[in-house]
Design a protein. Structure first.
Length: 387
């Protein structure tokens, strides 16, 4: 049941939802944006600012992990961090290692991406020990050393977030709603300005590349803050207006406008880039809140079956996109400013990434996720019985 103005009738309805298919739809759009920015036909795709898809992923991760933790705490009185880490390890690492091993076999064994082989070799230890964002900041970007697996930088950031935020929010600040909101807000006021504008503040700060490997934590924290505020009745009342149809459309238009401004600002007005990134991140958080609080056409579109299905495969698609793009561009070689060819190559690359992700989901990802959940459930139950 929803109110006539489009928002949920009650806070209780929101609290009763643990699976939100519209967020899978948003994931699908995000991963397709990321694929577009890695296509060779930059004349067609660059204007979309597809790299911003990772910003959406960061905000979503912050929201989902925090929301699920709050629901577990509400049901059982505490969050089992051990069970949480078991679920994360079974969800993230097996597919990651398969992707890394596949890339290594293709690059070192089959001669794929030969011009980038040394770059991959130089960054390999960062992939193995899960700090690829450091390699991206200080090799791929600073030294122009692109690697076929450099997109793993986002996973390095998210894994560290999984280690730090749950421990802070659900161990040190367990059952302290105000303390968690205050902690998230304080960290945001430090991370977003520091990391966002450090590159332009001084050469000394710019050398640390904080805008690359620290700024995303601010985006993640925005998602955490959305979850914390919506879980409380008071926070819900403050943000409830974003559930109106007018507010949902306004937040969507703002997000699209900032998305399309990404490439011109990055290319022509680099001094405005950090400011735009901050506003873009806030727009993602505002649009996400509208999706969660409201109900209407936008939510129904994002719940379209094929979008939800693609969103569920987004992790595998993200990991194997480079291989899919390479094959697609071999099958349909890019040609100078030929729109049908560019579109066909993108479609083939997307379909190949979906197919690879689906096969791996059936064989590896879903079985291990189920095992991880069962294992985590036993661990959490034993922990609660012991307590």
């Amino acid at each position: 049941m929803t109110s006539s103005r489009g928002g949920p009738r009650s806070h209780a309805e929101y609290l009763g939802r643990t699976y939100l298919p519209e967020l899978d739809g948003l994931r699908a759009i995000s991963v397709l944006l990321v694929i577009s920015c890695h296509m060779r036909d930059r004349w067609l795709w660059e204007w979309l600012g597809g790299w911003q898809g990772v910003s959406i992923f960061f905000v979503l991760s912050g929201y989902l992990i925090t929301m699920l933790g709050l629901r577990e705490e509400s049901r059982h009185g505490r969050v089992s961090l051990k069970a949480f880490y078991i679920r994360r390890v079974c969800r993230i690492l097996p597919l990651y290692w398969i992707a890394l091993g596949t890339h290594a076999a293709l690059i070192w064994g089959a001669g794929w991406a030969r011009p980038l082989r040394q770059n991959f070799t130089d960054a390999f230890l960062s992939y193995v020990f899960y700090y690829p964002e450091i390699a991206l900041a200080f090799q791929s970007i600073a030294q122009g050393k692109g690697s076929p697996f450099s997109h793993a930088w986002t996973l390095g950031i998210e894994e560290k977030y999984y280690l730090l935020w749950p421990a802070l929010a659900f161990l040190l600040l367990a059952q302290r709603s105000r303390g968690r909101v205050l902690a998230a807000a304080m960290l945001l006021t430090v991370l977003l300005p520091l990391a966002g504008w450090s590159a332009w503040a001084s050469p000394a700060l710019a050398a640390w590349k904080l805008d690359i490997w620290v700024f995303p934590y601010g985006q993640i924290l925005l998602g955490c803050l959305v979850a914390l505020l919506l879980e409380s009745a008071r926070g819900w009342r403050v943000l409830d207006f974003l559930g109106t149809r007018a507010a949902t459309v306004a937040t969507l238009l703002a997000l699209v406008a900032l998305q399309l401004a990404s490439w011109p600002l990055a290319e022509q007005s680099p001094g405005q880039w950090p400011t735009q990134q901050v506003w873009y991140s806030i727009a993602v958080a505002a649009f996400l809140t509208s999706l969660l609080v409201g109900e209407g056409l936008v939510q129904r579109v994002l719940r379209v079956r094929w979008l939800v299905a693609v969103g569920k495969l987004s992790y595998g698609m993200y990991l194997f996109q480079g291989i899919a793009i390479y094959v697609a561009q071999k099958v349909i070689p890019p040609r100078s400013e030929e729109l049908p060819i560019a579109l066909a190559t993108f479609v083939v690359a997307s379909l190949l990434s979906i197919a690879l992700a689906w096969v791996l989901a059936v064989i590896v990802e879903r079985p291990l996720i189920r095992r991880g959940r069962d294992w985590a459930r036993r661990v959490a139950t034993a922990s609660r019985v012991g307590a």
